[in-house]
Design a protein. Structure first.
Length: 238
């Protein structure tokens, strides 16, 4: 079995720190941007995920889609049109990332200083969880050749020795990822397909956190696992 050696973890610490700074830094800016903008300058939004809806005043999000539409609404009834290209460069980038990444539904988002945040509460949870997942791997993870072994390296060897003895490492990795994503999947798909169910922001925050944590942990592992840097002669117990 491979030792959980933590004596040379420069790459692991650098990878997890970089990913954590990106996720945590953007999350922090999501709070700073609406707090710094003039009060009531970002109205209630309702766009689409994976599309730019509020780049300009004539963009998709600023049109009248009806108040009973599954996507969008009548923007003029929710505080007027909004274009993140009107903001200074820093806040424009923050809201642009939110625009392309998130549906930005106002009822699922928080307001600060009368301004809607760039992302919904689910995404707030995901970004925070991603940061925590990177932090955990940065403190405990080690390159162990494969992604699955690197992913599991945060656990003490004494706790996972049976996974090696029975060759269950890949199964354990899939199971942990499944458990991390399951709460968000249940909450999101139930809301999507069951008209009588509507999630709430605290639940979206919590389920997003668990999904983000497992993703931060996995991405840190995937980018740290490098066979060429693995010291087999030092790290393998016979």
């Amino acid at each position: 079995m491979i030792k959980n050696g933590l004596n040379n973890r420069n790459r692991e610490e650098r990878v997890s720190k970089t990913l954590g700074i990106i996720a945590g830094g953007y999350l922090l800016l999501c709070f700073i941007a609406p707090a710094s903008l003039p009060q009531d300058s970002v109205p209630e939004l309702s766009g689409r995920a994976n599309a730019f809806d509020y780049a300009f005043h004539d963009s998709w999000g600023n049109q009248n889609h009806g108040e009973n539409s599954d996507l969008g609404h009548n923007q003029l009834l929710h505080g007027g049109t909004f274009a993140w290209t009107d903001l200074n460069v820093a806040w424009a980038i923050v809201y642009a990332i939110g625009d392309i990444n998130c549906h930005q539904k106002y009822e699922r988002s928080w307001e600060i200083n009368g301004n809607q945040m760039p992302v919904c509460t689910r995404d707030v949870g995901i970004f925070f969880g991603f940061f925590v997942g990177c932090l955990i791997f940065g403190l405990r993870g080690a390159n162990r050749w494969t992604i699955r072994d690197t992913f599991l390296s945060i656990f003490p060897d004494s706790k996972i020795s049976y996974l090696y003895e029975r060759d269950l490492r890949l199964h354990a990795t899939y199971f942990l990822i499944f458990i991390g994503l399951l709460p968000m999947a249940i909450d999101g798909f139930t809301q999507l397909f069951l008209d009588s169910y509507e999630s709430n922001n605290p639940l979206r925050l919590i389920t997003g956190f668990f999904a983000g944590a497992i993703l931060g942990w996995w991405f840190s592992s995937a980018l740290s696992a490098r066979p060429a840097l693995f010291q087999s002669s030092q790290d393998v117990v016979h």
